[in-house]
Design a binder for this molecule. Structure first.
Ligand SMILES: *[C@@H]1O[C@H](CO)[C@@H](O)[C@H](O)[C@H]1NC(C)=O
Ligand SMILES: *[C@@H]1O[C@H](CO)[C@@H](O)[C@H](O)[C@H]1NC(C)=O
Length: 311
C-alpha cells in the first residue's frame, strides 16, 4: 500500500504528545506484567507535580493515545496526564493467566503506585470504564473522582445478547474485534453517529495495524470480563463523586443503561448526555466531552484544595 493513514495519523499523534510534553515509558509493575504508557516527562517536575494527576483508560480497539487523541492537548494544560495501554494492548503485556477487568484495574493501580502518584482522577471509556469502575471500587482513597464514559458496568447477559442482534453478528467478538472491513463497518455503524464513507483499504489498514496484535489474548479479555456474561448486576454504589458521560445515540451501550447506572452507582452521581454522538463522544464531540469532564473535575473546591495542599 502506498499510503497508510494509520502511519500518517500515528505521526500526528506523536507530535501532539510531544507538544504536550508527554513521553513514552515502559515499566514492569511486577514479575509478570509490563505496562507501556505516556506520562509527563520526568524533567518537567516542578510544573507537572502542581497539576492534579489524571489517568485516561481506553476501550477495546486502537490502543491508548489513539482513542484519546483529542483529549491530550486540552487536559495536559491543567492536569498531569497518564495515558496507559491496558494489558495486551499496544506495548503492554503480561505472562499472568488472569483476564478480568479486575486484573486490569490492579495493573493500573500498580502502575500509578510505581510512578509515585498517590491520588488521582480516573476517566475510562467503554471497556476502560469497567476498569475505572473497579479501580474506584478498590481504592476509595486513591481514586478521587471517577468518570465512566459510554460504559455499561451494569450490563447483563441480556444486554450483550441484544447487542449481538443489533450488530447483526453471530458472536460479540465479531463486532468488538473486527477482522474484516465489513465487520469494522458494522462496529462503526453502532458506535459513530455521523458516519462518512470510508473505503475498505483504509479499514483494512486500520485492522491490520491497530486491531490484530495479541488477538488471542484480547478475545480472552472479552470472555474474561466479570460483567455482561450473566444475569447478576455487578455495579454497586461508589463512595467517590461519579460522572457518567454518554453519547445519546450509543448503540453499543444504549442510553437506557446510562440512566439505570446513575441510580445504581449511589448518591454522588451526575449523568451528562452528549447529543448527536454515539459510542465515542470523545472523538465525535471532543469539545463538549472535554469541557463536561473538566468542569466535573474542577467542581467542589474542597477536594481540589486538599489535594493541592498535600502536593
Ligand atoms: C449501516 O447502517 C445503515 C443504515 O443505518 C445500513 O443501511 C447498512 O446496511 C449498515 N451497514 C452495515 C455493515 O451493517
Ligand atoms: C444535532 O444535529 C442536528 C441536525 O444536524 C442539529 O440541528 C442540532 O443543532 C444538533 N444539536 C446539537 C446539540 O449539536
Amino acid at each position: 500500500m502506498a499510503i497508510s493513514l494509520v502511519t500518517l495519523f500515528g505521526g500526528i499523534i506523536r507530535r501532539t504528545l510531544s507538544a504536550a510534553s508527554l513521553s513514552s515509558q515502559t515499566i514492569a509493575i511486577d514479575d509478570e506484567t509490563t505496562i507501556h504508557f505516556w506520562s509527563p516527562k520526568p524533567t518537567t517536575t516542578s510544573s507537572s507535580t502542581a497539576k492534579p494527576p489524571l489517568l485516561l483508560i481506553h476501550g477495546f480497539g486502537p490502543h491508548g493515545v489513539w482513542q484519546w487523541q483529542q483529549q491530550i492537548n486540552f487536559f495536559a494544560k491543567s492536569y498531569s496526564l497518564y495515558i496507559p495501554n491496558l494489558v495486551f494492548f499496544g506495548g503492554s503485556y503480561s505472562t499472568s493467566s488472569e483476564r478480568s477487568e479486575i486484573f486490569q484495574a490492579r495493573a493500573m493501580g500498580k502502575l500509578m503506585e510505581k510512578v509515585g502518584v498517590e491520588k488521582y482522577y480516573v476517566v475510562g471509556t467503554s471497556y476502560g470504564g469497567f476498569v475505572a469502575f473497579r479501580m474506584a471500587e478498590m481504592w476509595q482513597d486513591r481514586v478521587m473522582k471517577v468518570v465512566i464514559a459510554n460504559s455499561a458496568v451494569n450490563g447483563l447477559l441480556s444486554d450483550s445478547m441484544e447487542l449481538v442482534k443489533r450488530g447483526k453478528v453471530e458472536k460479540i467478538e465479531d463486532l468488538i474485534m473486527p477482522e474484516k472491513a465489513s465487520e469494522l463497518r458494522k462496529l462503526m455503524n453502532l458506535s459513530v453517529f455521523r458516519r462518512a464513507y470510508v473505503p475498505d483499504f483504509i479499514l483494512n489498514d486500520f485492522i491490520n495495524r491497530l486491531y490484530s496484535k495479541n488477538r488471542k489474548e484480547k478475545l480472552e479479555l472479552l470472555r474474561g470480563l466479570t460483567i455482561g456474561w450473566d444475569d447478576i448486576m455487578k455495579a454497586s454504589p461508589l463512595q467517590q463523586e461519579v460522572l457518567i458521560v454518554w453519547g445519546e445515540h450509543d448503540k453499543i451501550f444504549l442510553l437506557d443503561l446510562a440512566m439505570e447506572l446513575k441510580k445504581v452507582l449511589g448518591k454522588n452521581v451526575k449523568l451528562k448526555v452528549i447529543k448527536n454522538a454515539s459510542h465515542i463522544p470523545q472523538v465525535e464531540n471532543a469539545w463538549k466531552f472535554n469541557n463536561i469532564i473538566d468542569t466535573f473535575l474542577r467542581d467542589s473546591p474542597d477536594q481540589g484544595l486538599s489535594l493541592m495542599s498535600k502536593l
